[in-house]
Design a protein around this ligand. Structure first.
Ligand SMILES: CC(C)(COP(=O)(O)OP(=O)(O)OC[C@H]1O[C@@H](n2cnc3c(N)ncnc32)[C@H](O)[C@@H]1OP(=O)(O)O)[C@@H](O)C(=O)NCCC(=O)NCCS
Length: 180
């Protein structure tokens, strides 16, 4: 069990999920993509094209937490590891060339403004540190002020710009980093 991976926030429960939770993961992820289509690198159309095996593979490739209220997911976040410019197919301990990323952060509108986002960040940071990473990275859409405030408040700083912010026609992301 990951450090700090489970616990209660009021009546909310933070749950480290397994691939057998793929249906609730599909539900909260598609809710996130529908609620905030400009804040993520992938789209609702991408997610609606996934089958059960795709969702299971996505969960196995990352460490995923859901925030649940009355058993229903109201938030989620994932830890992912990249190596050699590609996503690893599972979360592995720190080693040269590997980078830990916080991805897929979402708190449903009815659960916002109660510290849920801060708890999800702290959970991912604790797990990345436990795995030996000295930094945790994330990408945030340039215009996502609420998320940038959350990340700044929890200790992230803007990464040195090399002019290489990732963007396509609909999306521009900047990197932030937290020293663990
Ligand atoms: C960005 C996002 C995750 C923030 O979630 P959140 O749970 O509202 O975050 P927090 O609760 O930590 O903080 C939100 C606000 O509530 C306030 N707050 C924090 N703890 C609080 C508490 N216990 N009681 C009342 N207010 C609180 C914070 O001060 C903050 O205010 P601010 O935004 O004016 O600075 C959420 O808005 C979201 O899911 N947005 C859409 C998807 C998205 O943008 N994801 C990020 C992709 S990079």
């Amino acid at each position: 069990m990951a450090d700090g991976s489970s616990g209660l926030v009021g009546q909310r429960e933070l749950v480290l999920i397994t691939e057998d939770d793929w249906e609730s993961q599909r539900d909260i992820r598609t809710a996130a993509l529908a609620d905030a289509p400009d804040m993520f690198g992938s789209t609702l159309a991408d997610a609606l094209g996934f089958d059960e095996q795709d969702w299971r593979r996505g969960i196995r490739a990352t460490t995923c937490w859901q925030l649940r209220q009355a058993g229903m997911p109201v938030g989620m976040v994932r830890l992912s590891v990249r190596e050699g410019g590609a996503d690893c197919d599972r979360v592995v301990p720190a080693a040269p060339g590997r980078t830990a990323y916080l991805i897929s952060m979402f708190v449903a509108p009815e659960a916002r403004g109660t510290g849920a986002g801060e708890q999800l960040v702290a959970t991912v940071a604790a797990e990345a540190k436990r795995l030996g990473y000295q930094q945790l990275w994330l990408d945030v859409a340039k215009h996502n002020e609420a998320a940038a405030r959350l990340y700044t408040r929890t200790g992230f700083r803007w990464a040195e710009s090399d002019g290489a912010s990732r963007h396509d026609d609909r999306h521009c992301e900047l990197s932030m980093v937290l020293d663990l």
